[in-house]
Design a protein around this ligand. Structure first.
Ligand SMILES: Cc1cc2nc3c(=O)[nH]c(=O)nc-3n(C[C@H](O)[C@H](O)[C@H](O)COP(=O)(O)OP(=O)(O)OC[C@H]3O[C@@H](n4cnc5c(N)ncnc54)[C@H](O)[C@@H]3O)c2cc1C
Length: 412
């Protein structure tokens, strides 16, 4: 089949390989080229242990504290509040215990398949050296904070994700750069990260071109379904297709609406700063629990990032967020020199129940969605690609696509 993929971020390029492997012909449509969206500057984590949705009792407990601090881990720009209201209502609905349980099951199923899918994809294209199996560390400010995380650890255990608890002495032995503010930890030995998220997305894109895919630089403005299927570009041209994959990340809402699905997609803007390699003195990715930021040792440098900001796709970045992250990080890394660095802001494609949207459009099953992966688009890209290829082939996949259907939000 001729398959047009709208969006060449990590989800789009991973999808291309799964479809090329089945003998389809693939054309990417993206005005920016490979990996220039959220996939460019993320933290590089294959965070398969992260099975909890954002909508949770923990988020609601922290929300009042976060909202009074405009530079805290989660912020809403006041002017954006009316636009965000429908998303927030869905977020409240997704926070009910039964919905949280359902979200955990769906995320867990996807995440448990995520790493094996990455191994398969990277091996197929000769890029397996990009995965760094150094484990992932969570750091807590006190033993009490670690004790409070017991239900999360129990849930991860249920999904077969191993962990090791660390007291202050073992934590300091593992990562000597961590100061006294880090009092306890959890090591996830099977956690891993990629060497360079942008390098990965571009390498996968180039490898797809080498396998016969084409890249059309342009903006998709409509998917025509009357008669033959096609993707209309901003310049007026139409690319004919047998199937269309919508993988335009945070920019997918308008095209999904045209295809009959009012998906509550918004963006959680995230920030980071990248220092020289080794600047932080940490040998593996670290999550600072309750602080809303993480660090990653990448090939291009040590990255510190996080924050959730609701301000839409058009507002200018507020890099004071990076300063706020760094002043909190300084407590944990007393010896690190946190001056300088390269700053970046990206648009996480966010759905209120923390589940991506994967599956056919309401009005035309020849249109398939693959967007809305929020904090886990890199983690889940390869397994999403496999699910998509199975849907195109009308074949079952080990991970059911049902919980990720766009139709879970009702009619448009
Ligand atoms: C600070 C930060 C840290 C993160 N850390 C991690 C992490 O460690 N691990 C993890 O798993 N995830 C992480 N994420 C999330 C992850 O980056 C995203 O979920 C993922 O990159 C989304 O990929 P995507 O391909 O769906 O979207 P994108 O990478 O945003 O790509 C979408 C593409 O669609 C194109 N596009 C948009 N509109 C159109 C149109 N009309 N026509 C054609 N093309 C269009 C854009 O140009 C873009 O190239 C992080 C995100 C941020 C912001």
């Amino acid at each position: 089949m001729r398959i047009v993929i709208i969006g060449a971020g990590v989800v789009g390029v991973a999808a291309a390989h799964a479809l090329l492997a089945e003998g389809h012909s693939v054309t990417f449509v993206d005005p920016a080229g490979f990996g220039e969206g959220a996939s460019k500057g993320n933290a590089g984590w294959i965070a398969h242990m992260d099975v909890m949705p954002l909508a949770s009792p923990k988020a609601w407990r922290n929300l009042p504290r976060w909202l009074v601090d405009p530079l805290g881990p989660l912020a809403i720009r006041p002017g954006y509040l009316p636009r965000l209201a429908p998303w927030f209502l869905r977020f409240a609905l997704a926070s009910r215990p039964a919905r949280i349980r359902a979200s955990i099951e769906a995320i867990g199923a996807l995440n448990c398949a995520a790493l094996p899918a990455w191994h398969r994809l990277l091996t197929a294209v000769g890029e397996q050296g990009r995965l760094r199996p150094s484990g992932i560390l969570s750091v807590f400010g006190s033993e009490r904070a670690l004790a409070a995380a017991a239900p999360v650890l129990a849930t991860q255990e249920r999904f077969g994700i191993p962990h090791e608890r660390l007291d202050r002495a073992r934590l300091a032995a593992l990562e000597p750069a961590l100061g006294e503010a880090a009092q306890a930890g959890v090591l996830y030995p099977t956690g891993c990260h990629v060497d360079d998220p942008f390098g990965l997305a571009t390498a996968l894109g180039e490898a797809a071109l080498a396998r016969g895919a084409r890249l059309t630089r342009g903006e998709a403005v409509a998917i025509s379904t009357a008669g033959s299927l096609g993707v209309r570009l901003a310049g007026g041209d139409t690319l004919p297709a047998d199937r269309v994959v919508l993988a335009a990340g945070a920019w997918s809402r308008g095209l999904a609406l045209q295809a009959g699905d009012a998906v509550p997609l918004d963006t959680e803007r995230g920030y980071n700063v990248t220092f020289a390699p080794g600047a932080l003195g940490l040998s593996r990715p670290v999550m600072f629990e309750g602080e809303g930021f993480v660090t990653s040792p990448l090939s291009g440098g040590d990255r510190v990032g996080g924050a959730v900001e609701f301000a839409g796709l058009a507002a200018a970045p507020n890099y004071a967020r990076v300063d706020a992250i760094l002043s909190r990080l300084a407590r944990f890394l007393p010896e690190a020199d946190l001056a300088g660095g390269t700053r970046w802001m990206g648009f996480r494609p966010s759905i209120p129940d923390s589940l991506p949207v994967i599956g056919p459009a309401r009005r035309d099953a020849r249109i398939l969605y693959a967007f809305g992966h929020g904090h886990h688009g890199l983690t889940q890209a390869a397994v999403t690609a496999e699910i998509l290829a199975a849907l195109v082939a009308e074949r079952a996949h080990a991970v059911s696509a049902k919980p990720f259907s766009a139709q879970r939000f009702g009619r448009s």
